[in-house]
Design a protein around this ligand. Sequence first.
Ligand SMILES: N[C@@H](CCC(=O)N[C@@H](CS)C(=O)NCC(=O)O)C(=O)O
Length: 210
Amino acid sequence: MITVHHLNNSKSQRILWLLEELGLAYTIRHYQRQPSLMAPPEMKSVHPLGKSPIVEIDGRVMAESGAIVDYVVQRHGGGRLRPDPDSGSYAAYLELLHYAEGSANTMLLLNMVISKFQVDNPVIDGYLASQITLHFNYLEGLLNGRTYFVGDDFTAADLHITFNLQMAQASRLIEDRPALLDFIGRMERRPAYKRAMEKGGAFDLRANRA
Ligand SMILES: N[C@@H](CCC(=O)N[C@@H](CS)C(=O)NCC(=O)O)C(=O)O
């Protein structure tokens, strides 16, 4: 049995959605963000970082959403939701999977911190603006003329990057990027996404904004 320690309005939404896409059985333990938006302290009794998601699977406890997605797809996906490792798309799949929580999340977190603490520094503002343009041009370019980010089929990398795009949407960073907004809409209309939303409870990333 898989247990997802699910914090509201957080990256554990990815894991619920993934498990729904794969039709795997799981239970959810729900946690609510504190007024500070931090996770409640009891999550630290499950994993020392106490951040979401945390998943109990195959007798171990895992944190880091990208690693969890990769592990579940490899060990329990039966070849679904990823390109064949011998295909040309596999490297691009892995790249996007790691990019989401690496480069993309760094930029989004920087944006969140700067707006939350109302940092007013033209050098920092200029750097951030250039990074936002760089990363969303990159993502738009990857999707240009395509239905999914990698190959012809929906993969776990599409699922994984959706959270970053939803964060960007909530922070009004991609209002002028219809292809990315259209992608989010298509992902949110997937039946497995809707089931994950029903089971995970209210999900609104605007609540995490400054
Ligand atoms: N890179 C980690 C990020 C984990 C993380 O920071 N999760 C956030 C929710 S999206 C969290 O738990 N925030 C509350 C806190 O830091 O206490 C992952 O992808 O799992």
